[in-house]
Design a protein. Structure first.
Length: 133
């Protein structure tokens, strides 16, 4: 398994490709089926956000292999308009697309680590990590 793999998100179908790669890497790393589903769901949400709000971007998957534990790091990067109020988009129920508003707060709950940085007119970078239990 490659230590790092990336999927470009340019069209809607790329969301499926990113989701499949995330699930496949999680399975190969030894995550259980529940955590595989959590990872796939988080990837799907991150990729969908890139597609809907930034038009294009990339999700990169990196295997973290530390002496005491292993995990999967997923970083979503785009060059979109950026997020003006990160605290607002991190509120449950907040939506700009008419969805359920579970997006980024949901991703944060599904993963063990979550970090978001966004600059207006420069883009957004979201880094998440799931550790094998």
């Amino acid at each position: 398994m490659e230590p790092q793999s990336c999927v470009n998100i340019n069209k809607e179908w790329d969301i499926v490709g990113a989701r499949q790669l995330g699930r496949e890497m999680a399975k190969k790393l030894g995550f259980g089926t529940v955590d595989q589903a959590r990872i796939a769901t988080a990837v799907s949400e991150l990729a969908r956000n890139i597609y809907l709000y930034a038009d294009k971007g990339q999700i990169c998957f990196e295997v973290i292999d530390k002496r005491e534990r292993q995990g999967l790091c997923m970083t979503a990067v785009d060059t979109g308009p950026g997020i003006s109020d990160i605290s607002k988009v991190m509120e449950d129920g907040y939506t700009t697309s008419g969805g359920l508003g579970a997006g980024l707060p949901g991703v944060k709950r599904l993963m063990d680590e979550f970090d978001i940085v966004s600059e207006i007119e420069k883009g957004t970078r979201i880094k998440t990590v799931k550790w094998i239990r």
